[in-house]
Design a binder for this molecule. Structure first.
Ligand code: NAP
Length: 247
């Protein structure tokens, strides 16, 4: 029996990048996976097909996580598809770069609406939907939550907020056997970071003791551990998964 057999996992922002890697891994570990996306329907459906061809269970559900009404629909469709929900991976997130002079109110609002407000409201919905036996929430943070990136002030602030929420939500939800765990990637090769190119990645690699950038599978492995029974005594902590970049 695979270690997540019988569990149902929602992975937000799973049509691409780290979220897609997490969805693939949790499905390989036996979970039925909801591949959430906001715009990339083709990519989400392609991932669902890949999971099914490998013998797994998955469905794609469109929902913009920055919109509270759509979070509600995501959970309704998950229950309709798989009957229950046991795991939420709050992965959907955006990052916008620029110096302080170029920052705009809209950019700040966009990043906080998804990375923070969406994460809180998705966790609220999960806490209502989880069975009495409990559940697991994984918050995808960033090394920027503790080591801020110049030119990504608002983004770094959202991830600092995520780390704080991992602690406060773990405190509140622990008595209901709901664990809340943070996973903070270092620079990871995804569609979102592809524009940086080799030149943009070089300074990060130079500061990474293990000498490379991460792959989605590196982050997914940490998430798979966090949601498994082997991770069952961990809550309220954020695991840095960046090859030592933060040191
Ligand atoms: N890549 C890195 O170096 C890195 C490092 C540290 C932390 N992280 C964190 O890891 C997470 C994923 O990053 P990534 O690099 O994999 O991103 P990405 O390649 O840009 O992919 C983003 C994913 O999120 C979805 N998404 C965007 N807006 C959404 C919304 N409003 N509602 C629902 N889904 C939405 C996208 O789906 P659609 O295309 O359908 O909109 C896509 O599947 C983020 O939380 C990010 O902050 C990334």
């Amino acid at each position: 029996m695979a270690k997540l057999d019988g569990r149902v996992a929602i992975v937000t922002g799973a049509s691409k990048g780290i979220g897609a890697g997490i969805a693939l891994r949790l499905a390989a570990d036996g979970a039925s996976v909801v591949v959430n996306y906001s715009r990339s329907a083709d990519a989400a459906e392609h991932l669902v097909t890949t999971i099914k061809r490998a013998g797994g269970h998955a469905t794609a559900v469109q929902a913009d996580i920055s919109q509270p009404d759509q979070i509600k629909v995501l959970f309704e469709k998950t229950t309709a598809a798989f009957g229950h929900v046991d795991i939420l991976v709050n992965n959907a997130g955006i990052y916008e770069f620029g110096d302080l002079a170029s920052i705009t109110p809209d950019s700040i609002d966009r990043q906080f609406a998804l990375n923070v407000k969406g994460l809180i409201l998705a966790t609220q919905a999960a806490a209502q939907a989880f069975p009495a036996t409990g559940g697991v929430v994984v918050n995808i943070s960033s090394g920027a939550g503790v080591t801020p990136i110049a030119q990504a002030q608002a983004y770094s602030a959202t991830k600092g907020a995520v780390d704080n929420l991992t602690r406060s939500l773990a405190l509140e939800l622990g008595p209901r056997k709901i664990r809340v765990v943070g996973v903070a990637p270092g620079l990871t090769a995804t569609e979102g970071t592809s524009g940086m190119g080799e030149e943009g990645a070089a300074p990060f690699i130079a500061r990474t003791p293990l000498g490379r950038i991460g792959q989605p599978a590196d982050i997914a492995a940490a998430v798979a551990f966090a949601v498994s029974d082997e991770g069952g005594w961990i809550t309220g902590e954020t695991l840095q998964v960046g090859g030592g970049l933060r040191l």
